[in-house]
Design a protein around this ligand. Structure first.
Ligand code: GLC
Length: 372
């Protein structure tokens, strides 16, 4: 069985559960997860069985074993004080014990990128990269063992979770950051961190658009120079509006409806400008993200000394799946930046859960073979 917790809702803060909000404590958070597992087991009448569980945890951890990971820091606007520095599998096991109404053998913990890669590998054995463009953004890939310094042995390959969303914390992105990015960063729960992710992820895209719109209003270029209270409120412009505005068929109806719900009275030109802002912000995200993936794939081709690298990338996440043109712009730029590579993209369906379940099945089998 596979389960996951990544702060669902892709487009922002929605989906933080009653207990899973930013002020929760680790026990509350993990009690909530075990409550969800308990409900699931009830629904499927499986409570009497002790099942193996694979846990997808979509945050940076120091993996000390397949079933042990120390949370390094929260990302994507989550915070539960006291969890950082702890083994999240231990926290889940404790919560399950506290409930006491079911038993579960937590056999593996994986990142969502890894689960996505594995679930796609099941269908296509060329899948050696997993990527998420949802609330957050990250990728993993299969690295040659001789390049993996932390583990002994030179044979074969090992999966590396890049946590590339953290890129930029040492100033690497400074020349690309705009005033809007700086505001998004300063007002976030983790200023100075996850700067690359903040340019791409759905947690932030709508807010960047809102800040650009306010700037245009301020310069008297939009809405007759007047913004509504709603537009002035942080976090109101969700990333799903960016997708919906760019999905408008051309009659501006959809754009108009969204803007009037923001208590604005847009002219036709206002609608066109807002669409242009959305396109700029989402295209920049797609291109920035392409640069990351191209870097990873070019590295793989070089370290394998292959003239042509034929590779499949498994992808998941709400921005990738729901935005009308992110995918196409992203694919086109990645291909431009990766000469000598033949890339297939496959969209994962419920990859987080299925990948964790597959990994757990393998972990159980190996444990059996080793007589544990
Ligand atoms: C954040 C997390 C990372 C996760 C990604 C996508 O970047 O730190 O672990 O893979 O979001 O959910």
């Amino acid at each position: 069985m596979g389960t996951g917790w990544r702060g669902r809702g892709g487009t922002g803060a929605r989906g933080r559960g009653r207990h899973g909000d930013s002020s929760a404590t680790p026990p509350q958070l993990f009690d909530y997860i075990s409550e969800c597992i308990s409900d699931f087991l009830d629904k499927h009448q499986m409570k009497h069985k002790k099942l193996p569980l694979g846990f997808t945890f979509s945050f940076p951890v120091r993996h000390e074993d397949i079933d042990k990971g120390i949370l390094l820091n929260w990302t994507k606007g989550f915070k539960a004080s006291g969890a950082e520095g702890n083994n999240v599998v231990g926290l889940l096991r404790d919560a399950i014990k506290r409930r006491g109404d079911f038993e579960m053998d937590v056999v593996a913990m994986v990142n969502d990128t890894v689960a996505t890669m594995i679930s796609c590998y099941y269908e296509d054995h060329r899948c050696e990269v997993g990527m998420i463009v949802g609330t957050g953004c990250n990728a993993c890939y299969m690295e040659e063992m001789h390049n993996v310094e932390l583990v002994e042995g030179d044979e074969g390959r090992m999966c590396v979770n890049t946590e590339w969303g953290a890129f930029g914390a040492s100033g690497e992105l400074d020349e690309f950051l705009l005033e809007y990015d700086r505001v998004v960063d300063e007002t976030s729960l983790n200023p100075g961190q996850q700067l690359y992710e903040k340019i791409i992820g759905g947690k932030y895209m709508g807010e960047i658009v809102r800040l650009v719109l306010l700037k245009l209003v301020d310069e008297n270029l939009l809405f007759n120079g007047e913004a509504s209270e709603k537009l002035k409120t942080r976090g109101t412009f969700e990333t799903r509006f960016v997708s919906q505005i760019e999905s408008d068929s051309g009659d501006r109806k959809q754009i108009y409806n969204i803007l009037t719900a923001f208590e604005l009275l847009p002219s036709g030109t206002d609608c066109d400008i807002v669409r242009r802002v959305c396109e700029s912000v989402s295209t920049r995200a797609a291109q920035m993200c392409s640069a990351g993936l191209a870097g990873v794939i070019n590295r793989m081709r070089e370290s394998r000394s292959q003239d042509t690298l034929k590779i499949t990338v498994g992808v998941d996440g709400s921005v990738y799946k729901l935005h009308p043109s992110f995918k196409d712009r992203f694919h086109a730029t990645v291909r431009q930046l990766t000469p000598g590579c033949d890339i297939t993209f496959i969209q994962s369906e419920e990859g987080s859960g299925r990948g964790a379940a597959l990994i757990s099945a393998v972990a159980c089998k190996m444990a059996c073979m080793m007589g544990q």
